[in-house]
Design a binder for this molecule. Structure first.
Ligand code: ATP
Ligand code: MG
Length: 439
């Protein structure tokens, strides 16, 4: 006999899973969720349901329940969507210390297929297999833990920036010309003209320090990355900050405080999630600053072949990470390795720039910006870019652009650190890469 599907009718939730606790003992509750575990123990069936906040235990005593409710319970399997009405009872061994003894159950949806992975499996099928049904994959406890941490991390960073007086802004994602040159841009048709998706809000945020002084934006950035790595997406969430009347050292101080605050709040408020992921978020106070030159010395001490001016390739970064496994800044990069808007220091070969690293992973890039139009034009030319293409940007520099500095931070990269993930795709709900445009 095919199992019966009930309608929602007039049942509405009275409690979330987190509210099923000993202090509610004796109260009537209606809970909703999906079945994430069933255990049949002779005369008792334990059903675990998951809702947006966590899990609750439904304890069914077979001989104390109507045949009708029992037949519904027996039709259940993992992922079934159900509603339960019953009484809350304190129970030490249950999640949150209480369970529900049901007197009514509605079956709202039953799975027609079994996913190619179980919820608690230690070994999983390939990421591509799982991502075909990503929303189902996201029901695994590890995935749920990652996204609860993501939510908290975003809230903490936004709160930190607001508390420190930054204005939140939103800038266009469709643009006319390249920010830093043509590579890695996605072209699109804008009415009858060619346009691009932004790879960074860099130029907009710099302009916005004129009216707002301290700005931040949390928004997607798009890059047509040509290599498939474990830390590049085609669309990622960029946290961008720009501030007037400061230089790159002040900005690094701000980042240091932000990371310290982030680690403190995740380790305090995401205990359960970190435990599910089998990881810890250490407390951070100071982030060491290493000059580019000091990093080259470190590399030479490890027999690496590297010349002054070289970029730090992933092989080199792996060697550095052996010595510096946590956060560190690499500062004072060769001017020629940084974009045109970065300010050279008193020695023009070296720039007022930094990368925030975690082991071998780049988390953020920033620096003091050029605020003189003349110098910007020179640097554009040196980089082989045409100043004419940047006229709309350079125009405002004629009206008293203050000295300013800032950074761009890849939020998914930071999440990889917090949640201890090796593949950036695991921390994005629907990742985009060279080979993935669905779901
Ligand atoms: P990488 O060298 O790792 O490709 P980048 O130096 O080109 O990064 P920036 O232009 O400095 O990147 O962008 C600022 C930050 O944005 C980076 O430090 C990184 O955290 C993040 N980021 C850049 N590209 C990507 C990407 N394709 N996917 C995810 N995050 C990215
Ligand atoms: Mg960078």
């Amino acid at each position: 006999m095919p199992a019966k599907i009930d309608s929602l009718g007039n049942w509405r939730r009275t409690h979330y899973s987190k509210d099923i606790k000993p202090s509610e003992e004796g109260k009537e509750a209606t809970v909703f969720g999906w079945v994430s575990g069933i255990r049949n123990q002779g005369g008792i069936v334990f059903i675990i349901i998951t809702d947006k906040d966590g899990v609750a235990q439904i304890t069914v005593h077979k001989n104390k329940i109507s045949k009708e409710v029992l037949s519904r319970v027996e039709s259940l399997s993992d992922h079934a969507s159900i509603a339960v009405k019953g009484k809350i009872k304190a129970m030490d061994k249950a999640p949150n210390g209480a369970e529900i003894i049901p007197d009514g159950v509605k079956v709202l949806a039953l799975p027609q297929k079994t996913p190619p992975f179980t919820l608690y499996a230690k070994t999983l099928p390939s990421i591509d297999k799982r991502f075909e049904i990503r929303a189902v994959d996201l029901r695994r406890p590890e995935a749920l833990a990652i996204f609860r941490i993501r939510e908290k991390a975003l809230e903490t960073i936004r709160g930190f920036l607001k508390d420190h007086g930054y204005y939140e802004v939103n800038t266009p994602k469709i643009i006319a010309t390249a920010t830093e040159g043509g590579a890695a841009l996605f072209p699109l048709l804008y009415y009858d003209k060619e346009a691009f998706l932004t790879q960074s809000p860099q130029l907009f945020k710099e302009q916005l320090v004129m009216p707002f002084e301290k700005v931040f934006e949390i928004a997607p950035a798009y890059r047509a990355e040509q290599s498939r790595t474990l830390h590049h997406l085609s669309e990622f969430l960029s946290i961008d900050v720009e501030e007037a009347f400061v230089d790159y050292k002040d900005i690094m101080n701000t980042i240091e405080k932000m990371i310290a605050k982030l680690h403190a709040s995740i380790s305090k408020e995401c205990n359960k999630e970190l435990e599910t992921l089998g990881t810890k978020v250490p407390s951070i106070e100071k982030i060491p600053r290493m000059t580019y030159d000091a990093i080259l010395e470190l590399l030479k001490g490890k027999d690496a072949q590297v010349e002054w001016g070289d970029d730090l390739t992933s092989e080199l970064l792996d060697k550095i990470a052996e010595e510096l496994p946590s956060y560190y800044f690499v500062i004072d990069w060769p001017t020629k390795s940084k974009p045109f808007y970065i300010k050279p220091s008193s020695n023009p070969e070296i720039s007022e720039s930094f990368d925030l690293m975690h082991g071998s992973l780049e988390i953020a890039s920033g620096g003091t910006r050029l605020s003189s139009k003349k110098e910007l034009i020179n640097r554009l030319k040196e980089k082989g870019l045409k100043p004419k293409g940047f006229e709309y940007h350079l125009a405002v520099f004629d009206y008293g652009m203050p000295p300013h500095a800032g950074f761009g931070l890849g939020f998914e990269r930071l999440l990889m650190v917090l949640t201890n993930q090796k593949n950036i795709r695991e921390v994005s709900v629907f990742p985009r890469d060279q080979f993935r445009l669905t779901p």
